[in-house]
Design a protein around this ligand. Structure first.
Ligand code: FAD
Length: 308
């Protein structure tokens, strides 16, 4: 059995594995796709101390760093269930879709999250070429340009306020006839001179010239008319879905499906920790996931020296 079994091989999982292995304890990482969301990222400019890198390059660096240590890496393994230890001294079990199962004294859950997509023509084609999901990451790439933000919830309105300080113009597009963001955010948004809000609008297509985004088509839901907005970037802010479906009913989740953790990364189950985008920790970023992974791992070690 493992002392620490990490589920998920993104920045949080890689960091957790390295911190555990450096304690000289038996460590394993099982991941569906080692590298995680980083693999889908183009330019990364906010991983502090690395001025500029690309997703696949950083993913490779994460894996190479983990491989410097005695860590069992089990790639292409999708976890399907967690069976918590029955009592003190017993082991937790993680089951996989492949039929395999692994046992461990402590488990660190770091299965990350995925952005909810619009599922309209052009979205996939222009992903990373104008279609973006993270304003903290990609906002500066659109300096002086025109962008749209899709979604009028808190994250959409926050993104629009944030981007308005960087880009030339922001069009916020909301499906409903009103925004759902907190009143204080809506007030701030309304005070900005370079933001236009369009309500009752269904985005129907991302337009491009074959190279990059050139505009967006939406249907005005009050008149059924199709309209086009010319722009260079589209930030999709319609939700971040934590990869926690497989833990429902076992680990305590927030209403949004995020694993609830305390300041030490501990879940409601003794000996089960969590880190990164799959948790309630705010601001989903690589630098944060890496820090949270380290923290969860140190907590797991702390737990081990007290219980075994
Ligand atoms: P993830 O990176 O999501 O990794 C999750 C891991 O768990 C993966 O290995 C996955 O395969 C695995 N997994 C999921 N479900 C299971 C399962 N059931 N069983 C086994 N394994 C499973 N952040 C920045 O800081 N800067 C940026 O420039 C930046 N740009 C981004 C651009 C894009 C397009 C995207 C999508 C995200 C970007 N982010 C950026 C966010 C950043 O990628 C995430 O915050 C970070 O990757 C989270 O790390 P994580 O380890 O928590 O989860």
């Amino acid at each position: 059995a493992f002392d620490v079994l990490v589920i998920g091989g993104g920045p949080a999982g890689a960091s957790a594995a390295i911190y555990a292995a450096r304690k000289g304890i038996r460590t394993g990482v099982a991941a569906e796709r080692f590298g995680g969301q980083v693999l889908d990222t183009m330019a990364i400019e906010n991983f502090i101390s690395v001025q500029e890198t690309e997703g696949p390059k950083l993913a490779r660096a994460l894996e190479e760093h983990v491989k410097q240590y005695e860590v069992d890496i089990m790639n292409l393994q999708r976890a399907s269930g967690l069976i918590p230890a029955k009592g003190e001294g017993e082991l937790h079990e993680v089951r996989f879709e492949s039929g395999a199962s692994l046992k461990a004294k402590t488990v660190i859950l770091s299965t990350g999250a995925r952005w909810r997509e619009m599922n309209v023509p052009g979205e996939q084609e222009y992903r990373g070429r104008g279609v973006a999901y993270c304003p903290h990451c990609d906002g500066p790439l659109f300096k002086g340009k025109r962008v749209a933000v899709i979604g009028g919830g808190n994250s959409g309105v926050e993104a629009a306020i944030d981007l308005a300080g960087i880009v030339a113009h922001v069009t916020l597009i909301e499906f409903d006839d009103k925004l759902r963001a907190d009143a204080v955010l809506q007030k701030k948004l309304g005070s900005l001179p370079n933001v236009t809000v369009i309500r009752s609008a269904l985005t129907t297509e991302v337009k491009g010239d074959g190279q990059k985004v050139t505009g967006l088509a939406y249907k005005d839901r009050t008149t059924d008319q199709l309209r086009i907005v010319d722009l260079e970037g589209i930030f999709v802010q319609i939700g971040l879905l934590p990869n926690s479906e497989w833990l429902k009913g076992v680990v305590e989740l927030s209403p949004r499906g995020e694993i609830i953790v305390d300041a030490k990364g501990q879940t409601n189950i003794h000996g089960v920790f969590a880190a990164g985008d799959v948790t309630t920790v705010p601001y989903k970023q690589i630098v944060i996931a890496v820090g949270e992974g380290a923290k969860a791992s140190l907590s797991a070690f702390d737990h081990l020296i007290r219980t075994t």
